[in-house]
Design a protein around this ligand. Structure first.
Ligand code: ATP
Ligand code: MG
Length: 578
């Protein structure tokens, strides 16, 4: 659906004018600066909850928050919103820090934690009890929900709402001491049970939870709710602009209420639209389910939209930052075509990935007039887009592999590759002509081509001026390295897997073809010492990243993307055919 977004919609507007004008969040910040607010300072934060790995949607938030800080000469912190000990883990903290560092957006490497403010938050809760703005409530969570009412029905006040300040102080202190079991009491803000905004109907501030926290261990058995934590954490850190996604718009009145009641520094909350991408899911709950139920190999499976998955797939930080810049920042939710992300990595890798020759589906070629004992080292250019990338040598001999799809026995006229009697150019080597075909006697499948070469054609030209149209890649059979290649397709076969009809499950849309392992791939020997994380262009076949599963003598590659956007090509053909 997003491929045909209306021109000029903020999500699609990537014109230089739009970039200069700045998006609406930048304009708000600029307005505040012009009005002399916040003493001319700008400070933002990226506040993940450490309950999962970061995904490409988080990257949008990271780029936005760090980008605003950079644009206005301010600072941006990474703050963990770690108020829920039952779902949070140190592993997630570690991975989030790694991912933010990897994105290279200017993070200084000193994470902050909401859990560091637990004592201050407790004192502020006491302050609200003292001012008559909070009370200890003995209703269960279910009862609280019942009393809360709905969008059309007003709420009902808790029978515990009018406890005295003394009783509330005493009970809250005893909640902290661990006297009461989980769920038996809460501390609630006394706002307004008639408020049209449900978030203002006496929201819970603290709950009892006898659970170990990944940083504070067993120091606490009451934990503050997100809404009571977030704004005050912003305030403590002197954040000026608290940028969050649209679903927090309805929480803003409560965010403001706490800060006003507490009479502390008051950052400005600004909401923007979440990033949604086609053919994937972005909710951490769903991503966790994919991992836990083994639909993928882990959080960093190269099919996942997580930053660790994208990194393993071969995405570069530059390509992800570029994507976040291109899609812009909007005030309404939309869906971005994953092709846009793929194009960004393609564009960047085209500039920086060294090129090599690799054959994904080999067909053996014997060059009959090439002496059996002869060996040559041919010169090859590492990256025509980058003059500094230099050259390497490619060993050439009598037997080579070419791509099976580069040969057709009975080709159409416009097939410019190899066929019986036809001549083709071998990249960086000679012209060869196909003379004969060897078949498997049982299956009749073509298993070998017998060719001849023209020794005068090294360097890609024939002295007699005859032309060949096609150039194909190859590797020398005696020198090439056998490797494993993993080819990926979309994780979900439909554009929006979260949009499922009743009775269907989002997991039903998992694409059974999302991983295809190619067992018989051969690459040129210059890759012998390739290291995990390195990315290469296999000429004509796409970009490939060395996987950490690689072992000495057995490299494993993940295909990042194809060289061209094959969907665009297919669509173009279909449109042309109409
Ligand atoms: P989930 O609801 O799936 O658990 P979350 O939004 O609660 O995800 P957080 O760890 O709280 O995850 O997110 C940290 C920050 O990243 C928040 O400010 C959030 O608004 C932002 N963020 C999360 N998902 C997206 C997204 N898809 N696009 C843009 N920003 C996002
Ligand atoms: Mg959240």
């Amino acid at each position: 659906m997003s491929a045909d977004k209306e021109p000029g919609s903020p999500e699609s507007d990537s014109s230089p004018e739009a970039a200069r004008a700045g998006h609406f969040v930048e304009q708000f910040v600029q307005d505040d600066l012009s009005a002399g607010k916040f003493g001319g300072r700008v400070q933002t934060r990226f506040p993940p909850e450490p309950n999962g790995y970061l995904h490409i949607g988080h990257a949008k938030s990271i780029c936005l928050n760090f980008g605003i800080a950079a644009t206005f000469g301010g600072i941006c912190n990474l703050r963990f919103d770690d108020t829920n000990p039952t779902k949070e883990e140190a592993e997630y903290v570690r991975s989030i820090e790694e991912d933010v560092r990897w994105l290279d957006v200017g993070w200084q490497g000193d994470a902050l934690y909401a859990s560091d403010y637990f004592e201050q938050l407790y004192q502020w809760a006491v302050q609200l009890i003292q001012s008559g703005d909070a009370f200890v409530c003995d209703l269960t969570f279910d009862q609280i929900r019942e009393y809360r009412g709905t969008l059309t029905a007003p709420g009902k006040e808790s029978p515990f709402r009018d406890r005295t300040v003394e009783d509330n102080l005493d009970l809250f202190a005893r909640m902290r001491q661990g006297e009461f079991p989980d769920g038996s009491r809460t501390l609630r803000a006394k706002v307004d049970m008639m408020a049209s905004n449900l978030n203002l109907r006496d929201p819970v501030m603290y709950r009892i939870l006898h659970a170990s926290h990944h940083r504070t261990n067993d120091d606490w058995c009451i934990y503050p709710m997100y809404d009571f934590t977030h704004g005050q954490s912003d305030s403590i850190e002197k954040v000026t602009h608290s940028i969050c996604t649209l679903e927090f718009e309805d929480h803003r009145p409560l965010y403001d209420w706490y800060l006003e009641k507490l009479k502390i520094d008051h950052p400005r909350q600004i909401e923007f639209a979440r990033l949604n991408l086609t053919h994937t899911v972005m909710s951490k709950r769903k991503l966790l389910q994919l991992v836990e139920e083994d639909h993928v190999s882990g959080w960093d499976d190269p099919r996942m939209p997580t930053l660790s998955g994208l990194r393993r797939r071969g995405y570069t930080p530059e390509s992800i930052r570029r994507f976040c810049e291109l899609i812009g920042v909007a005030k309404f939710n939309g869906m971005i075509d994953i092709v846009q992300l793929e194009n960004c990595v393609r564009e960047h890798l085209n500039q920086c990935a060294p090129r090599v020759l690799g054959v994904l589906d080999p067909l053996k070629v014997v060059i009959e007039n090439y002496p059996e004992s002869k060996r040559e080292e041919l010169q090859a250019i590492n990256n025509p887009e980058d003059p500094d990338a230099g050259q390497r040598t490619l060993p050439f001999g009598r037997e080579i592999y070419i791509e099976r799809s580069d040969f057709l026995e009975d080709p159409p006229k416009k097939f410019f590759r190899l066929a019986p009697g036809r001549e083709v150019r071998l990249r960086y080597a000679y012209f060869i002509t196909c003379r004969d075909v060897v078949r498997d006697p049982k299956t009749d499948e073509v298993v070998e081509l017998r060719c001849t070469y023209d020794p005068e054609t090294l360097g890609g030209k024939a002295p007699d001026g005859r032309k060949v149209k096609g150039t194909i890649h190859w590797v020398s059979t005696t020198d090439a390295l056998p490797v494993e290649v993993r080819i990926y397709d979309h994780l979900f076969s439909v554009e929006n897997p979260s949009d499922v009809p009743d009775g269907c499950d989002w997991l039903d849309h998992l694409n059974p073809e999302s991983l295809n392992v190619l067992p018989d791939v051969w690459v040129e020997p210059s890759l012998a010492n390739a290291q995990p994380g390195e990315i290469y262009q296999f000429e004509r076949n796409g970009y490939f990243c060395v996987d950490p599963d690689s072992r000495p003598g057995r490299l494993v590659f993940n295909r990042t993307v194809t060289l061209r956007d094959r969907w665009a090509k297919i669509e173009k053909r279909q449109t042309a055919g109409k």
